[in-house]
Write a new protein. Structure first.
Ligand code: ZN
Length: 165
């Protein structure tokens, strides 16, 4: 599974709910977890690998890999935190993003069982970041316009550098 990077139209689409939690979906989830591990990331959403369904996988240090299917964020804390964030689809770029400190998320797991979790800190941040991907939103969209423009200019230079070789 290749991870799509900034510039791909697929990263900008709002994706469809999963209809069936079946073997095909479980295989896709397994592949996404493998791609997440290869990329050494903490979260990966369907659209990042061109799988245009509402699914993401999360694996943070000290926890097991988790699959979130058709997730909804049912509550967020008013308290926010600012923390550095990156994205497997925007390699080499990190920036401070403000997000809710805690949340409640409802989803289905790969076995088709619904669950609700209350999470804070890193896990909450990763969930919000991945959820954004399902809406076609990237973390750089949450930065100030000048900051986002600087990042886009840097990405452009990296791209030209690669093409020049
Ligand atoms: Zn991302």
């Amino acid at each position: 599974m290749n991870i799509l990077t900034l510039g791909s139209d697929l990263l900008r689409q709002k994706v469809e709910p999963v209809k069936n939690i079946d073997d095909e979906l479980r295989a896709a989830a397994e592949e996404m977890i493998a791609a997440l591990h290869i990329g050494k990331g903490v979260g990966l959403a369907g659209p990042q690998v061109g799988f245009m369904k509402r699914i993401f996988v999360v694996h943070v240090d000290g926890d097991v890999p988790r699959v979130f299917i058709n997730p909804s964020i049912t509550a967020t804390s008013t308290e926010t935190v600012k923390r550095e964030e990156g994205c497997l689809s925007i390699p080499g770029i990190w920036a401070d993003v403000v997000r809710a400190r805690a949340l409640q998320v409802q989803a289905w797991n790969e076995k088709g069982r619904p669950f609700t979790m209350e999470l804070d800190d890193i896990l909450a941040r990763v969930i919000l970041h991945e959820y954004d991907h399902l809406e076609g939103v990237l973390f750089i969209d949450r930065l100030s316009v000048p900051k986002r423009n600087r990042i886009l200019a840097k990405m452009e230079r990296q791209l030209q550098g690669r093409q020049g070789k």
